[in-house]
Unconditional design. Structure first.
Length: 269
């Protein structure tokens, strides 16, 4: 190999794929990866033009895709954009919330949450995870939630979808334990992003709370856990306490506790 070829090979940066990267935790994860020398393929269901320069400022080559990752076509378009390149990190962060009572929600909205949080995430991991396993290396970071540890009155579908993500991550990590591919699940609590507004939860106690965590801090906690190869991490001391309590508290009590946080103000009980 010539000196020029060696220089070119040495210059190749690792590649990370980040979903839900337009704002919030996904945006912060993409910045962390760019800062650490990764090139990026980033996707979101909203425009990424404003986010892209923040990633490029760290020297990353950035490809963007605006797509609905709740659909098979959306996930396939993201996988096609990767175009057979080795993905070193997959940060599967895309997710949607949905507030209000289950029977008061439009069923199309319910399906969109399920298909984004569960079906789309699972499909993407199946595609990229297989490639990682074939190469014998890679790191997967899933954004779960402490919401998955408790029944979500007035966010029933969302919490159930995050219970899937949390459980799925532990199972996949075990299956891949001897493969060279690590799986980490980040379980944040309420975070100061557009999540609650998009979920229609502005008029709830949790939506109006001033104690939500900074998404940059949440992303940093998850990112460092992934780099260490940890299986899971709960972001924030208060959320760690809440997660520990959820393990020993009756489900009926947890459901009532969640109701007090997520029930729209003025609802008829």
């Amino acid at each position: 190999m010539s000196d020029d070829q060696l220089t070119t090979a040495d210059a190749v940066r690792p590649l990370a794929v980040v979903t839900g990267a337009s704002t919030g935790i996904g945006y912060e994860l993409a910045k962390l990866l760019a800062r650490d020398g990764f090139d990026l393929v980033v996707a979101a269901d909203r425009p990424l033009a404003e986010a892209k320069p923040a990633f490029e400022a760290h020297g990353a080559q950035v490809e963007t895709l605006q797509a609905d990752l709740s659909t098979e076509d959306g996930v396939q378009s993201l996988y096609d954009l990767v175009a057979g390149r080795a993905v070193d990190v997959l940060a599967a962060n895309a997710g949607h919330g949905l507030g209000r009572g289950f029977l008061d929600q439009a069923f199309d909205d319910i399906l969109h949450v399920i298909n984004t949080n569960i079906t789309g995430t699972t499909r993407l991991l199946h595609l990229i995870g297989r490639d990682m396993r074939a190469r014998g290396r890679g790191q997967i970071l899933l954004t779960g939630s402490i919401a998955g540890l408790m029944p979500g009155s007035f966010a029933a579908v969302y919490n159930a979808s995050k219970a899937y993500v949390d459980s799925f991550s532990f199972a996949l990590r075990n299956e891949l334990k001897d493969s060279g591919v690590s799986v980490t699940v980040l379980m944040p609590g309420p975070t100061d992003t557009e999540f609650f507004h998009r979920a229609g939860q502005d008029d709830t106690a949790v939506g109006q709370s001033k104690s939500k965590m900074d998404p940059a801090r949440v992303a940093e906690i998850g990112y460092q856990a992934m780099k260490r190869g940890d299986g899971d991490v709960v972001a924030g001391l208060g959320n760690k306490v809440q997660a520990a309590m959820a393990a020993v508290t009756p489900q009926s009590v947890l459901a009532e506790m969640h109701r007090k946080q997520a029930e729209p103000k003025g609802s008829i009980r």
